[in-house]
Write a protein that binds this ligand. Structure first.
Ligand SMILES: Nc1ncnc2c1ncn2[C@@H]1O[C@H](COP(=O)(O)OP(=O)(O)OP(=O)(O)O)[C@@H](O)[C@H]1O
Length: 441
């Protein structure tokens, strides 16, 4: 094993700023972090100020193992699970300063967030967090199933921050062939590889000054993840075939429907990149866990569909019949808000009268139903398989149906579902975000 020794001159062993600057400059000079290097910082020699800086660097810019040594106990690993992003940023974001106050005080100052239709507390909390995060120019990670509004949140953050006059570029990383990922994101020079017959700017350059929304970030190949980490840390990118890096000023908002922490544990996603991206984290709940929003979204989308129809002479205004609404409320919405919108569009087009009927909704839902939906036990097992999500979907579906069938009478609904008392049903309803004032005992 080769060892390199670096000497760092300090004017004082307790000057925190100087220790931080000198040490991080050395580590950067050594081109760290790098995938093939496992870093370890030794906390025992030196002053407490030095140990504090090692810990801070290990938990942020230079992910490293921490060790200490003593005569009595020999070499020991030092481990304490703190995660700067998820443990401290929420606190930090809670603090008020002028900038945040201006952005969060009253909806009119950030009207972009009004497009996110919601009534549920879970979504309200995420909107509030997003408004605060927008005031800081930090990366954001948006987690949530497909169609839950990840891009909508990213657009609102962009539109309400100082970058809004500059581009918002949305890229679906899952749709980029692996071998083209580096060139798509960071660009290439003419002749950089076979087929590169002209220069390409890449999405980072195109988003200069603005925001790059990287959807399905978990699908990026590992070597592109290394480049992305560098782009976030150094704020510079090197297009393929270029000899020098170029500065970029782009805010990255990443999104995924996958369990990224599980991908980190399985070695599919770089841990250091995860921590870099997860500075501001938003978790968008599935539609089935936000019963209160469903009615609101139905009315909102119907209004939108009717407004569009008003422009066309052959189309007529539509209403949703009470029975049709029950069918909508009983559905588990695996495709979330997007599925709801498309279902309503389809049903309004097919419906012959002014009222959209329950059957027309059922037909519209059937088209969207995945082929294997009827066979819940016949699903293919694959990497993104989500057993808990599937079970939650089934439970949600039957809870909603039982409540609809009994006119929200809990005692009867509990009987229908085979629960011995309605308190058990209340617990289930709460867990699935379905408990509301309309429910009767
Ligand atoms: N709360 C909401 N209010 C109004 N419209 C919404 C809401 N949530 C989602 N939508 C709409 O639903 C559709 C899907 O949302 P969006 O594309 O943001 O989801 P996503 O989570 O990024 O999906 P995917 O992961 O499949 O890319 C969009 O048309 C969006 O405008």
């Amino acid at each position: 094993m080769a060892t390199d020794l670096y000497h760092v001159e300090l004017s004082s062993p307790i000057n925190y700023a100087e220790i931080y600057e000198k040490v991080s400059a050395e580590l950067k000079q050594a081109r760290l972090p790098r995938e093939e290097v496992e870093l370890a910082f030794h906390l025992s020699p030196g002053t407490p100020a030095m140990a504090a800086i090692w810990i801070m660097l290990a938990k942020t810019r230079f992910p490293a193992r921490l060790i200490q040594t003593s005569q009595q106990r020999g070499l020991e690993q030092v481990d304490f699970p703190f995660d700067l992003a998820s443990d401290f940023l929420p606190e930090y974001l809670k603090r008020s300063d002028d900038r945040i106050e201006r952005l969060t005080d009253g909806r009119q100052t950030a009207p972009e967030f009004d497009k996110i239709i919601h009534r549920s507390l879970v979504v309200a909390r995420e909107v509030e967090r997003a408004r605060r995060i927008a005031a800081f120019d930090v990366p954001v990670l948006v987690l949530g199933e497909t169609g839950t509004g990840k891009e909508l949140f990213a657009e609102a953050i962009h539109a309400s921050c100082r970058r809004s006059p500059k581009p918002f570029i949305a890229v679906n990383c899952g749709a980029i062939p692996k071998e083209l990922a580096n060139s798509e994101l960071f660009g290439h020079k003419k002749g950089a590889f076979t087929g590169a017959d002209r220069e390409r700017a890449g999405h980072f350059r195109t988003a200069e000054g603005g925001t790059l929304f990287l959807d399905e970030i978990g699908d990026l190949p590992l070597d592109t993840q290394v480049r992305l980490l560098r782009a976030l840390q150094e704020k510079e990118i090197t297009p393929l075939g270029a000899s020098h890096p170029a500065k970029v000023d782009v805010r990255v908002i990443a999104a995924t429907h996958r369990d990224l922490q599980a991908d980190v544990a399985a070695g599919r996603f770089r841990e250091d990149l995860f921590h870099r991206l997860a500075v501001g984290v938003l978790r968008l709940p599935p539609l089935r866990a936000r019963g209160e929003d469903l009615n609101l979204l139905i009315d909102y989308f119907l209004e939108r569909i009717n407004a569009d129809a008003a422009m066309r002479s052959e189309a007529q205004r539509k209403e949703i019949s009470p029975e049709a609404r029950k069918v909508l409320l009983a559905h588990a919405w695996p495709g979330n808000v997007r599925e709801l919108y498309h279902t309503l569009v389809r049903a309004s087009i097919w419906s012959t009268g002014t009222d959209v009927t329950a059957d027309e909704i059922r037909e519209a839902l059937l088209v969207a139903l995945p082929k294997d939906d009827a066979q819940i036990l016949g699903r293919a097992l694959h990497k993104g398989f989500d057993l808990q999500g599937l079970l939650d979907g089934v439970a949600h579906h039957y809870l909603v149906r039982a409540m609809a069938q009994t006119g929200n009478r809990k005692k009867q609904a509990a009987e229908l579902l085979g629960f011995s008392n309605y308190q058990t049903l209340t617990n289930w309803l709460r867990k699935h975000g379905l408990e509301n004032e309309d429910n009767n005992e």
